[in-house]
Structure formats: structure tokens, C-alpha cells
Design a binder for this molecule. Structure first.
Ligand code: UDX
Length: 444
């Protein structure tokens, strides 16, 4: 059945969700407080890089199934199901999540609900938020407890956001214990397509749904930091972390995914989510349960320092005035996102240490230049590489993995490559005469 849906927040999560819901056959209105963003989306333009999303957005804006507005009243009038997909960034000066945007959506939307409605939160929030918001909705909505709130965490990965939205690997719906109401039934209608494909559909209470999301991200972060910690030991012993990861990954209980040692995790989710999780555990008096996440964060940040120190070592100590090429500034390939990007951090640290850094990224340069206006961003990989004394591969874009080590060797001043993502064909680079330095594995 076609549902009338609104999505509050049109960032990575909200814009993708809105387009995805339209693709599933629903009628959708996206809402944001930023008029410039809304204008672009309404023209069928996606304000960030996400493969497949521009096509999907245009298709449904043109079909009329998807439109955008800054007017919350229009959305309240139109839709029966309201998704919250606004950001919960790290609070300035604290580990905690900033709930300003989520709270603002509830305070704007709830007073406009004059007929029965379901609100489904998707944003990643500290456990306990949903129960608080459910009570606030009841208090503010003219329709009272006919306005119901559930929590439906989102697990999409940037770069695969469309695929993850259309074909999720599981659906989790948190409902208020004792007041289950229509939330589950409405969620089943919204996701009828995925449910018909036997996608696991888990109904939980509100705190469990909230915790599922942060636990999943904490687990992924821990897995990455685990292999990066082992990489440190490999570096001290001459062992090879990639072979090690292959070997332990064959154990089905462990699995090979997310055992990619390198520069560590970044992005808009994992770093801030583990910090907000620690902050919330502290408030709940169970901080010791999550103190290990401090170590996870620490191992992760050490990878960036490690790469910077390798560059300095290869340059014989001081990097001042020395030409270094850094390939990649996005936090991962297929993304223009530089939030907490390990790659951009390396670029920034080298720049602050006085190196003459030339950085290039296929998609993230405009974003990077706003954060680091004093850094020289090259127009191409070739321009970044010209006369470099050391080359660092910091984001594993396909373009970089496929570079010809012979051609690059002719362009640079020194044939030293630091493969900070363990993504290059090692033998080919060594055969072409390069000094190759991988992460948690040998240096040639
Ligand atoms: C993540 C979660 O995967 C997703 O489920 C959640 O909804 C949001 O956070 P995303 O931030 O898009 O998604 O990135 P992801 O693909 O998980 O990668 C996170 C970071 O970990 C990247 O910086 C990546 O380079 C790094 N990473 C990933 C590794 O360093 N090693 C690995 O083996 C895997």
C-alpha cells in the first residue's frame, strides 16, 4: 500500500531515505530548514557525492512522487508517517551527542499533528532519547496519544546508501512498551517490500532499538581497532597483518570483513558514535562497561600519528619544506565526506609540521578546502605526484589502486610509497623499484 511519508533532515541519511521510500512506491516529502539545500534537491540535485542517488532523486522528483519543502506544516498536513533523519553530531567540547536538531524536529512537528500519525526516528541517539521524545510528542500533539513514536535505526553505509536503503540486511523497530499502538503495523506497511523478501524484521522496545545501532557501530569500530592493534605488533615483529587477517578471517566466528588494517576509521558515524556511547554510559553509571572504547579510539587515532611519523622518518627527520603527495582526503572511497577523515588528518598534520603537501581526492577536495584553506590541493593525482619525495596513499580510491608504478616513478622525486590503506599491488610497486611501506606488514 502506498504510504504518505515525510522525512525530516535531508543530509546523507534523510535525502537517501526520502528517495528510497519513493522508489518503494510511497509518496514522499523531504523537509529541511536549509532553503538552499531544499532548492537544489527540488531541482533534482544531490548536494553531496553518493553513487546512484542523483539518478534516483531525479527519477522521483520528475515522477512527482518526491518533493521537498522547508515548511513543516506542509509535511504534517501531507504525511501519516514522519521519519526523523537529522544529524546528531558530537557536541563541542564534549563526547556527548548534540540533540539540538532532533529536539527541534519534535518541537516543530508534534504541535502540528492534528490527526493520528506515527513518527519513526532514524537518527543515532543516546539510549533513553526515544522514550523522552515519545512522551514529549504526546504532550505537544493536539491529537495526544494518537501521535506515536517508534525508533527505526538506520545502518546505511556511505557509498552504498541507496543499496542499503532499498535492500537492508535487517529492520529494527523499537516500540514503546505498554503503548505499542500502531507503530509496528505502520512500519510493516512502509517496509512491505523488504519484508516480502524475508528481510529479518525485529521488533524491540525503545532502548533496545537505540542500543542496537550504537552497539553495531561500536562493534565495527572495535573490530577495526583490533586489527590495527595487531598491526602494531606485526610492525614490531616483521609479521604480515594482511596474511594474519586472511587466516583468522577464515574462522566463520571471526569473519574477514572489517579486518582491513590501515589508517583506521573515520566518517560521520563511527568516531562520534563510540564517544557518545561512552558519554551516555557515564551518565548511566556504567562507564566501566565501555572504557575499552577509549582504547579503541586511541588505537584508531594512533594510526594517523604512525603514518605521519613514517613520512618524517623517510624524509630523515624534519619534513619542513619537503614535497609530500597525499592521495585521498575522503574518509573512505566512493564518498566526498571528510568528517573525522583519517586521510585529511594526515594531510593537516603534515602541513602543520611544515611539509609542502600536495593532496588530491577525486571527490572530496571542495569539502577539504573549506576546512584547510591554506593547503595546496592538486587538480589531479598527476599534479599531486609531480616531484614528490614521498607518496602516501590515504584513501583507497580505485583510481589510486590502479596507478602505474612505472609512470608514477618517472614523475616523482623519490620512489617511496606509504600504502596507508594496504590497497596497492605490492609486488608491482616493488618490481618498479619503489620502496614500499605497508601498514602492519613489511617494508621493502
Ligand atoms: C558506518 C557503518 O558501517 C554503518 O552501518 C552505519 O550506519 C554508519 O557508520 P560508514 O561511516 O559509511 O558506515 O563507513 P564504513 O564503510 O563502515 O567505514 C567506516 C570507516 O572504517 C572508514 O573510514 C573505513 O575506511 C574504515 N575501515 C573499514 C577500516 O579502516 N578497515 C576496515 O576493514 C573497514
Amino acid at each position: 500500500m502506498t504510504m504518505r511519508i515525510s522525512v525530516f533532515g535531508t543530509g546523507y541519511l534523510g535525502a537517501t531515505h526520502a528517495a528510497g521510500m519513493a522508489e518503494l512506491g510511497h509518496e514522499v516529502i523531504g523537509v529541511d530548514i536549509d532553503p538552499a539545500k531544499i532548492e537544489r534537491l527540488q531541482r533534482g540535485e544531490v548536494p553531496f557525492f553518493e553513487p546512484g542517488l542523483p539518478e534516483l532523486l531525479r527519477k522521483h522528483v520528475e515522477s512527482g512522487r518526491l518533493r521537498f519543502t522547508t515548511d513543516a506544516a506542509e509535511a504534517a498536513e501531507f504525511a501519516d508517517v514522519h521519519f526523523i533523519g537529522v544529524g546528531t553530531p558530537q557536541k563541542k567540547g564534549s563526547y556527548a551527542a548534540d540533540m539540538t536538531f532532533v529536539d527541534a524536529v519534535i518541537d516543530t512537528l508534534a504541535p502540528l499533528l492534528t490527526r493520528p500519525a506515527v513518527i519513526l526516528g532514524k537518527s543515532t541517539v543516546p539510549v533513553g532519547t526515544a522514550a523522552r521524545l515519545a512522551a514529549r510528542v504526546r504532550e505537544l500533539a493536539p491529537v495526544g496519544d494518537q501521535a506515536q513514536l517508534g525508533w527505526n535505526p538506520e545502518f546505511l553505509r556511505e557509498g552504498f546508501a541507496v543499496e542499503d536503503t532499498l535492500r537492508p540486511d535487517r529492520l529494527v523497530i523499537g516500540v514503546e512498551s505498554g503503548r505499542e499502538g500502531r507503530v509496528e503495523a505502520v512500519a510493516r506497511e512502509v517496509y512491505a517490500d523488504a519484508i516480502a523478501r524475508d528481510t529479518p524484521f525485529l521488533v524491540t522496545d525503545l532502548p533496545t532499538a537505540e542500543l542496537v545501532k550504537v552497539s553495531a557501530n561500536a562493534f565495527l569500530a572495535t573490530k577495526i581497532s583490533f586489527i590495527n592493534a595487531i598491526a602494531e605488533v606485526c610492525e614490531a615483529t616483521g609479521a604480515d597483518v594482511m596474511q594474519l587477517a586472511d587466516a583468522i578471517g577464515h574462522d566463520a566466528r571471526i569473519g574477514r570483513k572489517f579486518l582491513g588494517a590501515g589508517l583506521g576509521f573515520g566518517g560521520g558515524c563511527l568516531p562520534k558514535d563510540i564517544r557518545a556511547f561512552m558519554a551516555r554510559a557515564g551518565e548511566l553509571g556504567v562507564d566501566r562497561a565501555l572504557t575499552f572504547l577509549r582504547e579503541v579510539d586511541d588505537v584508531n587515532l594512533r594510526r594517523r600519528e604512525h603514518v605521519v611519523s613514517l613520512v618524517k622518518r623517510e624524509l630523515g627527520g624534519s619534513p619542513v619544506g619537503r614535497r609530500v603527495a597525499v592521495l585521498g582526503v575522503a574518509f573512505k572511497p566512493e564518498s566526498d565526506d571528510i568528517r573525522d577523515s583519517p586521510a585529511l588528518d594526515v594531510v593537516g598534520q603534515l602541513h602543520l609540521a611544515g611539509a609542502d603537501v600536495r593532496a588530491f581526492d577525486p571527490e572530496a577536495m571542495a569539502n577539504a578546502a573549506t576546512v584547510w584553506p591554506t593547503i595546496t590541493f592538486a587538480d589531479s593525482a598527476a599534479e599531486a605526484l609531480a616531484d614528490a619525495e614521498v607518496v602516501v596513499v590515504a584513501t583507497e580510491w580505485k583510481e589510486f589502486r590502479g596507478l602505474d608504478p612505472h609512470a608514477v616513478g618517472d614523475a616523482v622525486a623519490g620512489k617511496i610509497v606509504i600504502d596507508a590503506r594496504n590497497c596497492l599491488p605490492t609486488e608491482a610497486w616493488i618490481d618498479a623499484g619503489w620502496r614500499y611501506i605497508g601498514m602492519g606488514r613489511y617494508a621493502s
